[in-house]
Design a protein around this ligand. Structure first.
Ligand code: F6P
Length: 600
């Protein structure tokens, strides 16, 4: 069994009503990863495997509905049938997927894939995406727009102009993003056109209830109305609990994986019903979900090689060097997505972990087109890698080639050769259909050039179907999440299983930071918030101007600062000034060690 080092009760400890009762599941800390900050690379991978296995745990008792629960599978069927109706009569209709951060990036990935499938069948696209902050958020962290419900409404309205029927799928792992709440509210106000679907991973009563500036609704009140409407299939809630994230609140991990699974299952079922006369059934949905569960097992069956990758990437980050993903085709976008989350999650620089895509923006095919004019961070083509990064690569940098045998493997060989001239720290992560020998020779070359090779051969025979690509993508996501998370853990960016150096760039992260300070300093909330504000505004005394500003103003200022949470913590624990806290952190740049020294 996946995560066999853990007993069933450890795997389920978070479900107890006494376990961190004030927090929603998506914000709880996972008991399985309490010691991840001191773990070896192989233990980190085992912990991540056990956490991921929680996605597919069966429901016990009534506490939480799970991915495989009857209610969830039934709702997936119902939503698939709604999509089927649109596919059969697409005139003036749209299916919109929307979210913030990774949720929005996955909305983009999934809509691109399924529109491509429609084009291959000579059908017009019916899917569209909305991401808070626009296309730049596909590649970089843009947390502030997540707080804006009106912006959510407006951007939804804009994409749907002139449409008579819209199935809106809002994704918010924590049932928390005001941007998505605004969109759902807009759907509820316009039921003649919009049917809202919410995807997230907390029970409805744990939806965020914080007042939204200028609005009469909260996320929770929207969810409550949707629950009522769900009884008559006028709204849908898909919200299984998948357990707390390995790194507390890091919803890019299980939250993102489950989002991908759920939406692919729904859209694939609708496509099969429309184009292959395979009706949407309970069993077909369940079987499809089970196939993803097997993907987890297949992926982690190679944990030794994943461990090598984590080690290599961790070593690079530890000595201030970088990790680069060079991706091709379908998997390249997963590399970009993984890299883009390292900044808000770990306070990393965009150069620390970076993704590059063969074909650049042509392959991405995003609504706003090339974004290179926005700066180096947005240069994502392999050519950009060759100009900007390759010249300064050394053996201390880690490079991962990420591809499948359906891509042009000769191009992978070419690039591998060029990278190999600069660094031996080159690794390959690739997928192929079992029995496909078409690229065997080129693969031999690559194997010789690489230090390690993570090969997954999938059993479906030589032909590659859309659904196998979905599995390969998930598998790649799990591996890259493990690499980037594991590497940052090894770099000392995590304390216990908390992101101590988190960016405080929106209200959710502001609340999370305050809670973390409370937990680690055992000081009252008001004092912790004060310390946080002092670190954000870089003052030892708070002015009236500061205390009378709202959270949005605080988070805008915080976006221009670094290490605010570690600084606030040092001040809280020692009572020292900010200057002193700063020099302490300079002397001990490994955040985990600085915190540990203070706490002992
Ligand atoms: O605020 C940033 C962030 O936490 C991202 O890391 C995450 O991908 C995004 O919010 C979305 O969160 P949710 O899906 O819970 O709305």
């Amino acid at each position: 069994m996946a995560g066999s080092d853990w007993t069933l009760s450890a795997m389920r400890e978070w479900e107890s009503p006494d376990y961190e009762p004030s927090l929603p599941v998506s914000e709880k800390s996972n008991p399985l990863t309490r010691g991840i900050d001191r773990a070896s690379a192989s233990s980190i991978v085992r912990m991540l495997q056990a956490c991921d296995a929680q996605m597919f745990q069966e429901e016990t008792g009534a506490a939480y509905q799970r991915l495989l629960s009857e209610q969830v599978v039934t709702t997936l069927m119902e939503v698939a049938k709604k999509v089927e109706l649109i596919l059969k009569d697409p005139e003036d209709s749209l299916v919109i997927l929307s979210g913030c951060g990774t949720s929005g990036r996955l909305a983009f990935l999934i809509t691109s894939r399924f529109n491509r499938a429609l084009r291959q069948l000579n059908h017009s696209p019916v899917y569209s995406y909305v991401i808070a902050g626009g296309d730049r958020a596909l590649l970089s962290s843009q947390e502030a727009p997540e707080d804006d419900p009106k912006l959510g409404m407006l951007s939804l309205k804009k994409v749907c102009e002139g449409k008579k029927r819209v199935l809106f799928i809002g994704i918010s792992c924590g049932l928390s993003a005001p941007f998505v709440a605004g969109q759902l509210e807009f759907c509820l106000q316009n039921p003649e056109v919009y049917t809202p679907v919410l995807v997230g991973f907390n029970p409805a009563h744990q939806a965020r209830d914080e007042p939204l500036p200028g609005c009469t609704f909260t996320f929770r009140s929207v969810v409550q109305r949707m629950e009522e409407l769900a009884k008559s299939q006028q709204a849908f809630l898909i919200n299984p609990a998948v357990g707390p994230e390995a790194i507390s609140g890091s919803s890019r991990m299980k939250g993102g994986s489950t989002t991908k699974i759920l939406l692919e299952v729904v859209l694939s079922a609708a496509h099969a019903a429309t184009f292959s006369h395979a009706p949407v059934t309970y069993n077909s949905i369940l079987q499809h979900l089970r196939a993803y569960e097997r993907t987890l097992d297949i992926t982690y069956s190679q944990s030794e090689i994943i461990t090598d990758l984590v080690e290599a990437a961790g070593e690079s980050l530890r000595c201030g060097r970088r990790v680069c993903y060079l991706g091709w085709g379908s998997l390249a976008l997963l590399s970009l997505i993984d890299a883009s989350e390292c900044n808000p999650t770990f306070g990393a620089d965009y150069e620390d972990v970076r993704g590059f895509v063969s074909g650049g923006y042509r392959e991405l095919s995003n609504k706003e087109g090339p974004l290179t004019s926005l700066g180096a961070e947005f240069c994502i083509a392999h050519e950009d890698f060759l100009h900007l990064v390759l010249p300064c690569l050394t053996d201390k940098d880690t490079v991962l080639l990420v591809y499948t045998h359906s891509d042009d493997v000769s191009k992978v060989v070419d690039l591998a050769r060029r990278v190999r001239e600069k660094t031996s720290n080159l690794h390959a992560v690739y997928h192929q259909a079992d029995g496909d020998t078409s690229a065997a020779q080129q693969q031999d070359h690559i194997n010789r050039l690489c230090l390690s090779t993570l090969k997954t051969a999938w059993l479906q025979g030589a032909s590659v179907s859309a659904s196998s690509l979905h599995m390969w993508e998930l598998s790649t996501k799990l591996v890259l999440n493990a690499v980037s998370t594991g590497a940052h853990v090894l770099k000392g960016k995590i304390y216990q299983n908390y992101m101590i150096d988190v960016q405080v760039t929106n209200s959710k992260l502001y609340r999370r930071a305050t809670r973390l300070l409370q937990k680690l300093s055992s000081q009252p909330e008001s004092q912790c918030e004060e310390a946080l504000l002092k670190a954000i505004y870089q003052v030892d005394e708070l002015t009236l101007d500061i205390t009378s500003s709202d959270v949005i103003t605080h988070t805008c200022t915080a976006a221009t600062r670094t290490k605010v949470v570690p600084l606030a913590l040092v001040c809280l624990l020692t009572g020292c000034s900010l200057d002193e806290a700063e020099s302490r952190l300079e002397r001990q740049p490994i955040v985990r060690e600085a915190v540990e020294a203070l706490l002992s």
